[in-house]
Design a protein around this ligand. Sequence first.
Ligand SMILES: Nc1nc2c(c(=O)[nH]1)N[C@H]1C(S)=C(S)[C@@H](COP(=O)(O)OP(=O)(O)OC[C@H]3O[C@@H](n4cnc5c(=O)[nH]c(N)nc54)[C@H](O)[C@@H]3O)O[C@H]1N2
Ligand SMILES: Nc1nc2c(c(=O)[nH]1)N[C@H]1C(S)=C(S)[C@@H](COP(=O)(O)OP(=O)(O)OC[C@H]3O[C@@H](n4cnc5c(=O)[nH]c(N)nc54)[C@H](O)[C@@H]3O)O[C@H]1N2
Ligand SMILES: [Mo]
Length: 782
Amino acid sequence: MKQEKIEFYKGPAGGWGALNSVKNTLLRQDIPLKGAKTLLSANQPDGFDCPGCAWPDRNHASTFEFCENGAKAVAAEATERRAGAEFFAQHTVADLQTQSDFWLEDQGRLTQPMVYDAPSDRYQPIAWDDAFALIARHLNALPDPNQAIFYTSGRASNEAAFLYQLFVRQYGTNNFPDCSNMCHEPSGSGMRPQIGVGKGTVTLHDFECADAIFIFGQNPGTNHPRMLAELRDAHKRGARIVSFNPLRERGLERFADPQNKMEMATLGSSPISTHYFQLRVGGDFAAVKGMMKHVLEQEDQRGGVLDHAFIAEHTTGFEALAADLRAESWALLEQESGLTEAQIRAAGDIYIGAKNVIACWGMGITQHKYSVATIQAIVGWLMMRGNVGREGAGPCPVRGHSNVQGDRTMGIWEKPPAALLDKLRDVFGFEPPRKPGVDTVEAIGQMLAGQGKVFFALGGNFAAATPDTYETWKALQRCDLTVHVTTKLNRSHLVHGREALILPCLGRTEIDMQASGAQGVTVEDSMSMVHLSMGINPPASEQLLSEPAIVARLAAATLEGRSNTPWLWLVEDYRRIRDLIEQVFPDFKDFNTRVAAPGGFRLRNTASERVWTTASGKASFYTHPVPRDTPSHLARERVRDTVVFTLLTTRSHDQYNTTIYGMDDRYRGVYGQRRVVFIHAEDIRELGMKDGDWVDIQTLWSDGQERRADRFKLVAYDIPRGNLAAYYPETNPLVPLTAVADVAGTPTSKSIPVVLVRHVATTGAEAGAESGATGAAAGALA
Ligand SMILES: Nc1nc2c(c(=O)[nH]1)N[C@H]1C(S)=C(S)[C@@H](COP(=O)(O)OP(=O)(O)OC[C@H]3O[C@@H](n4cnc5c(=O)[nH]c(N)nc54)[C@H](O)[C@@H]3O)O[C@H]1N2
Ligand SMILES: Nc1nc2c(c(=O)[nH]1)N[C@H]1C(S)=C(S)[C@@H](COP(=O)(O)OP(=O)(O)OC[C@H]3O[C@@H](n4cnc5c(=O)[nH]c(N)nc54)[C@H](O)[C@@H]3O)O[C@H]1N2
Ligand SMILES: [Mo]
C-alpha cells in the first residue's frame, strides 16, 4: 500500500498529474493497450458514451476528449481481472464481508450468475433460466406487488430503463427508488412546479455565450472534468466564473488542459474562478437571498436592473418576493451564509454586471434539508434579470450518473405523473398501478418494517450508497430475496436477504450482440441530448447478458400468460424498444432516425423556449424564509460540553461514488488513505487536539440513537470554522434515515450535525481498517 501522507497539491487540476494518474490506473487493471483503445472510443461518433459523468460532449465529433476520471471509469469496466465461480468457491460471504469496498470491486468483473447457498455461506453458480424462475416464483408469491422494491442506478440505458418500468408496472407497483432520490431529486422537485421542467435549460452553446457562470456546491475538477475546458474557455473570453464552496477546490481554481500541448510543455495552466466565495456549509440559501436583496435594492436606487418585461409577461409571485426581500435582515443573511454583506453585494454586482448568467449546481446544494427552497431561490434570482429561456443563460443542475436523467425521462419514477400512466395504459393495454411507490429512504423504512420482501437492483450499490448504513443493512437482511444486476462485486451482494442472486451484465464498453446483430443503446446527458452508445470491447465473459435482455427475460418469466408485450422479440433488436418509447413519449418522435445522426438530438425543453407548463402557465417566484434550524446554526454551540460541527460528505478524486479506485485525493493533498476529516486549524486547537490526531465522529440527532464512524485523522484545512468534510461512503453510518430534504426526501448528506471525540485505540490491527469504506464495520453486524 502506498505511503500515507498529507501534502499541499501545488499543480493545477488536469495537466501532467492527470496523465500520470491514468497511466497508473491502466497498469493497475493490467490493460495498457486495450485500455488505450477503449479510451479512444469514449464519446466518439461510433463509440460508447462514457460511463463516467453526465456532462455532455461536443457533438460526439470532437477529437479525443481526454478526461482523467472518465478514463478511470472506463478502465474499471475494461479491467482484465475476473471474479468467477472459483473466486466464490474460495470465500464464504462472512469472509468477504470483512474486506473493504475497494478490495471487493478490485477482484474484477463478475462472469456468471450466482445464487446464495446458506449452508455453505457461499455464492454458487446458477443457470440464467433458473435464476429468472426463482425471482418469478418469489414475485408471484407476494400477496401484494407493493411488497417488491425495484431500485435503479443511473447507468442503466434508456432501453433497459424503459423495459424495466414497463415490466414492473405490469407486475403491479410503482416502487422505483433510484439513485436520483439521493442526488438531484431536489432539482426536479424545485424546478418542475416553478418553470415546468425538472431539468436544466442550457446547452453547451449557452456556455459559449454566458458572461457569468456561477457554480454552487459542485466540484467539477473531480466529478465533471470535461466541464473545466468549458469554464477555462469562458474565462479566456472574459466571462466571470464565480464559485460558492466552503472548500477551496483545486479544480475551481486552476486547470491545465492535457489536450493543450503548449500548456503541458510549459507547465502552464489557466485560472478558472474569477471569484471564490467560501461560504459556510448550508449557507447558499442565505447567500442567494442576499444577492436577490442586493439586486432589488440596486433597482430601487438606480433602476434598469430588473427585467421588468420578462417579470410582467412570464412570471407570478414577484411582488410577494420583493416585499419579503425588502424586509429581510442583513444580519441574519450574514449569520446564515457565513459571508459578509459586502461579499454578498460584490457577488450580486457580478450578477448585475453580466448580461447572460448561467447557474450550475451539484450535491453541495441538493443534499440539504432546505435544498428545494435553495434551488427555487437560485432560479428566482436568475429570473429577476430574465436569465431563463434566453441564449447564454439559465439553470444548469449538473447531473451525476451518465444516464440518470434519461432513466427518469423513461419513467423510473416512484411518483409517476398520471399522464405517463394513462399513456402506458393506452399503448400497452393494461391498467398501471396508480398508488405512488417508495423512494430510496422510504424503501429502507418499508423493508425495516417487514413490508418489503423482494429487493431487486438494476445496478448500483444500495447497501453502501444509502444513509444510516447499519439500518439499511438490517433492512436488506429482512428481505426474502435480494437480487443485484451488476458488473462487479460490491457490498450490496454481501448484505443480502434470505435468498440472494448476483446477475452479471454487460458494461457499456462491451459489444452487445443480439439476434439481429450488435446493438447500441441510448442515453440522455445533463443537457437533454440523446445519443447512441455502441460498445467495442468483447464481453468480459460469454455468460453475461445485457441489461435489456435480463429485464425482458425476467418479465417473460414473471408475467407468463399475463402480459401481451412481446418481451423476447423486443430485445432481438433494440430499435423495436425505441419504437415503443416513441409511442409513449411524443418528444421521441422518429427516435430511431434522429438518434442515428452524429451527436443524436436534443429533447424539447419547454422552459428554454419560455413556454411554462406549470399550473399557472407562468414561471413562479417563490418566497421562502431563511432557515434558522440548520446544523450550521447549531455549529459552534456547545452540546455535551463539546463543539457541534456540521459535517459534509463528499467524493475524493479516486472514487466513483461507492467504487473506490484508489486511496489518493490528489487535489486536496491526501495520499494513501481515506479516513480523514478536514477541519479548520483553530477548531483543532479549540478541541485541545493537534493536526493528525485520531477522532471518532458521532451524530447528534433527536432520536437519541447512537450513530458513529470511528477512527478518522484530523487534517487542518482551509474550511470555515464549525464545518467538517469527510469522504462518502465511509461516513454514511452517520446520516440518519430521518434526515432528509423537505419535499424531495433526499438524504442530507451535506449537513450532518456531529461531535468529535478523541479516538482510543482498541486493537493493534486497526491499520487494516484503513483500506477503505464500510468494510471495516461489516463485522459489527454479524
Ligand atoms: N470521478 C467521479 N465523477 C463523478 C462521481 C464520482 O464519484 N467520481 N459521481 C457522479 C455523481 S452520481 C454525481 S451526483 C456527481 C457529484 O458531483 P458533485 O456535485 O461535485 O459532488 P460532491 O463530490 O459530493 O461535491 C460537492 C461539492 O459541494 C461542496 N459543498 C458541500 N456542501 C456545500 C454547501 O453547503 N454549499 C456549497 N456551496 N457547497 C458545498 C463540496 O465542498 C464539494 O466541492 O458527480 C458524478 N461524477
Ligand atoms: N453520504 C453520502 N451518500 C451519498 C452521496 C453523497 O454525496 N454522500 N451521493 C449520493 C449520490 S449523488 C448517488 S448518485 C448515489 C449512488 O448510488 P448508486 O448508483 O447505487 O451507487 P454506485 O456507487 O454508483 O454504484 C456502483 C455499482 O454499480 C455497478 N455497476 C457499474 N456499472 C454498471 C453497469 O453498467 N450496469 C450495472 N447493472 N451495474 C453497474 C457496480 O457493481 C458498482 O459496484 O450515492 C448517494 N449517496
Ligand atoms: Mo449522483
